[in-house]
Design a protein around this ligand. Structure first.
Ligand code: PGA
Length: 260
């Protein structure tokens, strides 16, 4: 089955409203019709969500939150709920990034609670899965264990639109991503687990993309197995990320040429 390729820009704690609007205008001018064949999801800081959502409304560009609170009880100073993200114009929400595990106390269990809250508010989860930097033992076992807990009690038919990002912790913030063999092994483990757990039809509809030190130079080799790519440093630079999006369109749909 054909899965629509996806490009994810996670800006983390950077980009002012003005910078974000300039970025989006540059992407729209650079990519034109290619934006119709790729799902481009931008996850800005929460402060920029509303102005950006006004700008991208009615266009193919979608927005996502970077995290949400593990409860919908509003007594959570400084946090953000799934309903509030949806209200600010998000269609997606990132869950389980390594930084929310390391700095904000996320565990597979809290991520599971967040997946349920996201689905309840009709947000599409972008679920991060990847081995820890000090992980011993086979990569597949680590990924399967994360998936089993993070998706516990989710009805498979609710997961059809879900996006999974395979991102090993040690791959973040490096000069280059790991080898294509490493990345494709992760992809296969995740796809096989989904197939066994959700059934082949639903598993086939779920996009699995790669994140962690993605560069334009490495994009084509990563796309040999992946349905798309996600980036932060190169995802904040409109010219470089447009280059990555062009390569996704070329590798996954035969559109255009990989060169800028
Ligand atoms: P990077 O960050 O693209 O700058 O390596 C990726 C991430 O933290 O998800």
């Amino acid at each position: 089955m054909e899965r629509k390729p996806l490009a994810l820009a996670n800006w983390k704690m950077a980009m002012t409203v003005d910078q974000g609007l300039t970025y989006v205008r540059t992407m729209q001018a650079d990519l034109g019709g290619l934006l119709n064949i790729i799902d481009l999801v931008i996850c800005p800081p929460a402060t920029a969500l509303w102005p950006l959502s006004q700008h991208v409304r009615g266009t193919p560009i979608a927005l996502g939150g970077q995290n949400l609170a593990p409860t919908d009880d509003s007594a959570r100073t400084g946090e953000i709920s799934a309903d509030l993200l949806a209200d600010a114009g998000c269609q997606y929400v990132m869950l389980g990034h390594w930084e929310t595990r390391r700095y904000q106390g996320d565990t597979d269990e809290t991520i599971n609670a967040k997946v349920h809250l996201a689905l309840k508010s009709r947000l599409i989860p972008i679920l991060f899965v990847g081995e820890a930097h000090d992980q011993d033992g086979p990569v597949c076992a680590a990924l399967e264990q994360q998936l089993a807990t993070m998706l516990r009690d989710c009805r498979p038919e609710r997961l059809e639109d879900m996006v999974i990002v395979y991102e090993p912790e040690s791959a973040i913030g490096q000069i280059a991503p790991p080898s294509p063999e490493h990345v494709c092994t992760g992809y296969e483990c995740i796809r096989n687990w989904l197939s066994t757990t959700c059934g082949p039809a639903i598993a086939e509809s779920i996009r699995i993309i790669y994140g962690g030190s993605v560069t334009p130079e490495h994009a084509l080799q990563l796309l040999e197995c992946m349905d798309g790519l996600g980036a932060t440093r190169r995802g904040r630079d409109a010219a470089i990320f447009a280059d990555i999006v062009r390569q996704i369109a070329y590798a996954k749909g035969g559109f255009g040429s990989p060169a800028p």
